[in-house]
Design a binder for this molecule. Structure first.
Ligand SMILES: Nc1ncnc2c1ncn2[C@@H]1O[C@H](COP(=O)(O)OP(=O)(O)OP(=O)(O)O)[C@@H](O)[C@H]1O
Length: 946
């Protein structure tokens, strides 16, 4: 119920339908609803009455059929109403001579069906609500005249009985899609000026809230239940009905003592196609592109007012009087508001009651309102009937300004915008990545261009510089040629002068000839001479001229070349390339010279180191010899004292032998020093003599002596004897080898180990002895000693012995099997140079022999050394070898590389690199050649190098 200036009937036909003002979410008229407009809206604008109908409160009158009491009165029943439905008029008879006619929008007789009531009274409002307008359908009338019947009849069993509430909801449910739209209801009653929730009866005194801007009324405390289907509608209305407070009155046992208000909330989705300007809650207008989700929000109030009756007539008493007072108060308040609106009053007293506050929008507001006034036929209630009719008449004068209420569906909009933002963000990130990649590429290209430009600049400046130089050279040459030319020309001039002078002289002579005949002859000769000279000079002149011409030609050629050189970048480039090639050749030559010098230097250095090593070794041996001699002397002295006569005799001999053979050692097989060799040769000579005198069997017998000292000295003597080929045979024949091997196996003494191993090493130099040593398990015994001892000298002897055995391919397999190779490699741990030298020698021997038999086709397969890990050992330690040892290792490795069956292992262990190094850097020609041979002939190596 609008509070501002009211609307009179006179204005009803001209009052325009306003657009919404100040609505936070309202939108422009360009909104196109999805549904076609209803027939009412489609009426032509020129039809003013029709337009007015759209806005004016429509009022219909319904008369209730006679009830049981009235029917019971029969002929006595007196009516005060006469209907003229065809002209929509009601004649209200005060008495037999006074009556008044009232025009209504529709008149319904007692036989009017519920369906027709709905279609005429409520349906237009419901359709309007479906289009987004608010609407009100209300029943007003005296108690018992059929308000509840008209509005709230459920008619669950008999559909024809259904009232406006059920039919409206039925209509709404069939007109909208619950997938996109929603319908919800609140069901309230106003009882004793308190708003109560009929769906949640515990909620009472629900406040009525009015939007100060729009004037819209809401009850936020009320339950709003979303409707699913018609069954649900029945359930809810039934609940509401049960909860509705009803009190019996005398007049009507089922009289409603409260105003019932059903609020149907509708929300319908709309889409607009064009760009739309909307106002968002901040009151700022925004232009949103594309389809904007909109919702139509509307509500329909269906009001079943409590009966209007006079207290005295209703017979109310006590509490019921209170009820009646409140009912009358609210209804009279409604009447006052409607009066005020009808009379266009400046003040509409909507605040006088809660009913008028709740219906504020229904009368004089923005809702489309339809009122049905109900009357009874009885003349007894003339006064109430008249009052009801007048109420309806006044209500007909009230004009509402209906408003379409559309809102932006912020929930959907938010989701859409969020999706759009997501999409745009990912697109932006994609674009940024793309830009970044492009930028990187551009920067790279820019860098390349700059580098290219710089190179070009440098090349150009160099070319210009060269050109300048050449130009200067050409200019200088030209200058010189010009100078020469000038000089020649100068000389030509001199010659010309001379010719002139000679001609003059000739003429003079001719004159003189005339004068002196006697001199004619002379002159003739002189002339001839001069002519000859002149001819020569002329020739010379010609030659000079032609040279000068050729110089000029040459000059021209040079000038041409200069200009060609200036103009032809290609020429310069070619020249530059030529020069570069020349330079590269020179550099290569120089590099190879340097390389060869370096090689020579390295060779010299390694030779120097070799000599140094040998010197050191010799010095050590000399020292050893000295100490051996001392110990032998001590032994002899001791033997003298302790041995039997026979033994004493032998000891004497030995003592003499030792004395005369001072410096005996066990390493004769490896001496190289000249002096030492001489010493040893003299010692051996002495020993041979002693042999003859003492006899080898006696010496060998001492090897089995129980006395350790004796054993030690005896084994040392045998070791020295074994250094001589001639003795070796005898030693073996006399069982010396067996004795030595037995000592090796049984003795725990380090000195004995060392001397015995030395003796075996000496014996192992002989091929036939090698067979004996191997067959008697010598390799296994040597390997055993190697694993037990940590004495470098013992290891040196053992390694030397094994190295000698490595030199015979026949025993390779057994040597490996008996652990000889493993023992050899194991002794590397000692780190002692002499031991490592023996290991390297042994490996070189082994590999060399193996390579030879393989190349001869006597053997096939992978090297036995590889199985024991020699390749890995070489690769791991190659840089640690001293030069003298390295050459042996290089040879061993190169021999292994000759066998194609070893290729794979060599490649896997990184041997190609080592081969390349040896082929370039080795100090030995044979190693270098072997390395090159392997690299060039083995396809697997060639492939690896590529
Ligand atoms: N048009 C009609 N046809 C048949 N019966 C009717 C009609 N109108 C009313 N009645 C009956 O009249 C009685 C009173 O009706 P109803 O209760 O609807 O009146 P009311 O105006 O709502 O009364 P109250 O104001 O006291 O609630 C009910 O029994 C109802 O069925």
């Amino acid at each position: 119920m609008a509070t501002g200036s009211g609307s009179g009937a006179g204005r009803a036909s001209v009052r325009p339908v306003d657009r919404p003002r100040g609505s936070s979410t309202a939108r422009s008229k360009s909104v196109a609803p999805r549904r076609p407009p209803s027939p009412a809206r489609a009426r032509p604008a020129a039809d003013h009455d029709a337009t007015a109908d759209l806005c004016r409160v429509r009022v219909a009158l319904r008369i209730r059929p006679k009830n049981a009491d009235e029917l019971a009165q029969g002929a006595d029943f007196d009516t005060c109403v006469e209907l003229q439905p065809e002209c929509k008029k009601l004649k209200l008879k005060k008495n037999n001579w006074a009556s008044e006619s009232y025009q209504f929008d529709e008149i319904f007789g007692e036989n009017s069906s519920q369906k027709r009531i709905y279609e005429v009274v409520a349906k237009p409002v419901v359709e309007s609500v479906l289009e987004g307008y608010n609407g009100t359908v209300m029943a007003y009338g005296q108690t018992g005249t059929g308000k509840t019947y008209t509005v709230g009849q459920l008619g669950k069993e008999d559909p024809s009985e259904r009232g406006i509430m059920v039919r409206a909801l039925e209509h709404i449910l069939s007109s909208m899609s619950l997938e996109t739209d929603s319908v919800a209801v609140s069901y309230l009653q106003l009882y004793l000026e308190s708003v109560q929730d009929l769906l949640a009866p515990e909620k009472t005194n629900i406040p009525i809230v009015e939007d100060p801007k729009t004037g819209e009324v809401s009850l936020p405390g009320a339950a709003i239940v979303e409707i699913k289907d018609l069954e649900h509608v029945f359930q809810l209305l039934q609940i509401g009905e049960t909860n509705r407070h009803a009190a019996n009155t005398k007049m009507n046992t089922e009289s409603s003592r409260s105003h019932a208000i059903l609020i149907i909330h509708l929300q319908r989705s709309l889409k607009i196609k064009e760009e739309t300007t909307v106002s968002i809650p901040s009151d700022t207008e925004h232009t949103l592109p594309g389809d904007l989700p909109l919702v139509l929000k509307s509500k329909l109030l269906i009001v079943d007012l409590a009966g209007s009756e006079r207290i005295d007539k209703s017979g109310s008493e006590g509490h019921m009087i209170e009820e009646a007072k409140f009912i009358n108060l609210s209804l009279s308040s409604l009447g006052k508001c409607i009066n005020a609106l009808a009379e266009n009053s400046s003040h509409i007293p909507t605040r006088d009651s809660k009913l008028t506050r709740m219906l504020r929008d229904s009368f004089g507001g923005t809702a489309r309102t339809s009122l049905v006034v109900t009357i009874g036929p009885s003349a007894r209630h003339y006064s109430e009937t008249s009052s009801t009719v007048l109420f309806g008449q006044r209500a007909m004068k009230v004009v509402n300004t209906i408003r379409l209420k559309e809102e932006v569906d912020y929930e959907t909009l938010y989701k859409n915008v969020e999706n759009e933002v997501d999409h745009l963000t990912s697109e932006m990130e994609r674009q940024q990545k793309l830009r970044h990649r492009e930028k990187m590429q551009l920067e790279k290209r820019l860098k390349e261009s700059e580098t290219f430009l710089n190179d070009l600049r440098m090349t150009s400046s160099m070319q210009i510089e060269n050109l300048e130089k050449e130009k200067h050279q050409f200019e200088y040459a030209v200058k010189r040629l010009m100078q020469e030319l000038e000089e020649k020309e100068g000389r030509n001039n001199v010659l010309s002068e001379k010719i002139v002078h000679l001609e003059t002289s000739l003429n003079e002579k001719k004159q003189q000839q005339l004068e002196s005949f006697s001199t004619t002859q002379i002159l003739a000769e002189t002339t001839k001479t001069y002519e000859k000279k002149m001819g020569e000079l002329l020739r010379e002149l010609e030659e000079e001229r032609s040279r000068s011409a050729s110089m000029k030609g040459h000059f021209n050629v040079l000038e041409q070349q200069l200009s060609d050189a200036r103009s032809s970048a290609q020429f310069q480039e070619n020249t530059a390339r030529e020069l570069k090639r020349e330079l590269s050749k020179i550099t290569q030559t120089f590099t190879s010279q340097v390389h060869s010098l370096e090689e020579k230097i390295s060779q010299l250095v390694s030779e120097k180191e070799l000599i140094y090593e040998e010197l050191k070794s010799t010095q050590a041996k000399v020292q050893d010899e000295a100490s051996h001699r001392q110990s032998l002397e001590a032994e002899v002295l001791r033997l003298k004292r302790s041995k039997t006569d026979n033994c004493a005799e032998e000891s004497k001999t030995l003592c003499g032998m030792v004395r005369s053979g001072s410096g005996l050692g066990s390493e004769a097989f490896m001496h190289k020093s000249g002096n030492l060799k001489e010493t040893l040769a003299s010692q051996r000579g002495t020993i041979s003599k002693i042999f003859e005198e003492v006899g080898l069997p006696n010496v060998l017998a001492l090897l089995k002596s129980e006395e350790l000292e004796v054993q030690i000295h005896a084994v040392k003597v045998v070791a020295n004897l074994a250094a001589e080929d001639i003795n070796q045979e005898k030693i073996v024949e006399e069982g010396g080898l067996d004795a030595l091997l037995s000592l090796l196996e049984t003795s725990e003494n380090t000195t004995i180990h060392r001397a015995t191993a030395g003796a075996i090493a000496n014996l192992a130099m002989n091929v036939s002895n090698q067979a004996l040593i191997m067959n008697k398990g010598g390799a296994r015994l040597l390997a055993n000693i190697a694993s037990k001892t940590d004495d470098p000298q013992t290891m040196r002897m053992v390694a030397g012995a094994i190295a000698n055995l490595c030199g015979n391919e026949k025993w390779h397999a057994m040597l490996k099997q008996d652990g000889g190779i493993k023992a050899l490699l194991g002794m590397f741990q000692t780190g002692h140079t002499d031991v490592i030298a023996q290991i390297a020698r042994g490996l070189a021997n082994f590999a060399k022999c193996e390579s030879r038999v393989i190349s001869q086709g006597h053997k096939k397969g992978r090297s036995l050394l590889i199985e024991d890990g020699v390749l890995s050992w070489i690769m791991a330690n190659s840089t640690m070898f001293p030069p003298s040892t390295r050459r042996h290792i290089e040879l061993a490795f190169c021999h292994l590389a000759q066998n194609v069956e070893n290729s794979r292992d060599i490649i896997i262990t990184g041997g190609i690199k080592e081969l390349l190094r040896i082929s370039r850097e080795s100090s030995r020609d044979d190693a270098r050649n072997l390395a090159k041979k392997a690299l060039n002939s083995n396809p697997a190596f060639l492939k690896e190098i590529q």
